[in-house]
Design a protein around this ligand. Sequence first.
Ligand code: ATP
Ligand code: MG
Length: 180
Amino acid sequence: MYLKSIEVHGFKAFANKIVFDFHNGITGIVGPNGSGKSNVADAVRWVLGEQSAKQLRGASMQDVIFAGTENRKPLSYAYVAITLDNSDHKLPVDYEEVTIARRVYRSGESEYLMNGSPCRLKDVNELFYDTGIGKEGYSIIGQGQIDRILSGKPEERRELFDEAAGIVKYKRRKVTAQKK
Ligand code: ATP
Ligand code: MG
């Protein structure tokens, strides 16, 4: 499984629709300060269900929507879609390719889509359990995160090992079963 593409439209500084195509290998994103490199990583975090504006370096969730510039009007929504190659079926769905999308409007209205069909945040979360990719995964290592892992509580560190060992879904199912 690997990231094939990221589409952004109206997300942060990306006013125009842009598609980043990746290949199976290493890709580096380079550019001057403030050109939007970190915004690309923020887009991936966001589409995977990030709910914390702070994690996305904003004050409110609406801050992810293109705010306009001197020559350009603000936009009314932000949209991000990521497409993953799933030919090895590491994601527990039949599709060879999985596209996860998220859209939010200034009104606060928002939606998630999985291969074009509306879905819940819960569905997105469950798709990525134990893959390391989800919001709580380790596929995006942010600045300062290694320090937080090293100086964190043992329980927090344990969560990382659970994810890597692939037992998160069983733990979640146990909790759900115990509630019933
Ligand atoms: P550095 O090398 O300093 O880390 P970077 O390439 O990672 O820089 P980013 O932090 O990704 O840069 O980009 C920041 C830019 O995105 C700033 O110019 C900021 O004004 C712009 N930006 C962030 N949110 C929005 C928004 N909602 N609307 C318009 N522009 C935005
Ligand atoms: Mg940066």
